[in-house]
Design a protein around this ligand. Structure first.
Ligand code: S3P
Length: 203
């Protein structure tokens, strides 16, 4: 009989956990919110949703098309409504577009209903990840690296308001990053005993 090598089983969470509140990943373009978020959701056994993909599906247009034909304020409004709807849904991992947490109303909704995680990355890492990927209208500029640097400088103090901060490291696997997020969320839960924990050990 021929032995067909089997892929390793998916890694379960170190100790099974129940997610009480949605985990919202925030941070700049290229931080890894979508790729790490998918892994995190798989580890926790909850759905994964990407707010950009939801907006695209709702609008029937790509993000560059929305920016070009409706403008950024319309995009932000749609983004806020999509995120509000998703926050009222069952607990999940929600990756948000880089500008979502910067909008005061969206940020207020996330703060009230979810646990937010800033996936922080340095500018060189962000730039290496986004430089050859079209589809981000804010970077369709003569000097996109300078735009990214400016967004990083202006947005970082706002991202820092997230409940949890985890550094995105060059070369770290999505799995490793997802596990670091789980550990950081647990630490946050322990430091804030007055609020029901985001992650509860399963009975
Ligand atoms: C944006 C980030 C993008 C997308 C849109 C605007 C931003 O999402 O929502 O192009 O304002 O930073 P990603 O962070 O997933 O690239």
């Amino acid at each position: 009989m021929i032995e067909i090598p089997q892929p390793p089983p998916p890694h379960p969470v170190a100790a099974p956990a129940h997610l009480n509140r949605t985990l919202v990943l925030v941070g700049l373009m290229g931080a890894g919110k979508t790729s790490v978020g998918k892994r995190l959701a798989a580890l926790l056994g909850v759905p994964f949703t990407d707010s950009d993909a939801e907006i695209v599906a709702a609008a029937g247009m790509s993000i560059p098309e929305i920016f070009a034909s409706l403008g950024e304020p319309a995009f932000r409004d749609g983004e806020r409504r999509v995120i509000a709807r998703l926050l009222s849904d069952s607990p999940r991992v929600l990756a948000t577009g880089g500008g979502a947490f910067i909008e005061p109303r969206t940020r207020a909704e996330i703060r009230a209903q979810a646990t937010s995680v800033w996936l922080r990355a340095d500018l060189d890492l962000l730039w290496d990840r986004v430089r050859d990927r079209p589809g981000r209208p804010l970077l369709a500029a003569p000097d996109p690296r300078a735009v990214l640097a400016d967004l990083d400088r202006r947005r970082s103090p706002v991202y820092a308001e997230a409940d949890v901060v985890v550094d995105s490291r060059r070369g770290a696997s999505h799995e490793a990053m997802a596990r670091e997020i789980i550990a950081a969320v647990r630490a946050h839960d322990q430091a804030h005993p007055a609020r029901p924990p985001t992650l509860e050990p399963e009975p």
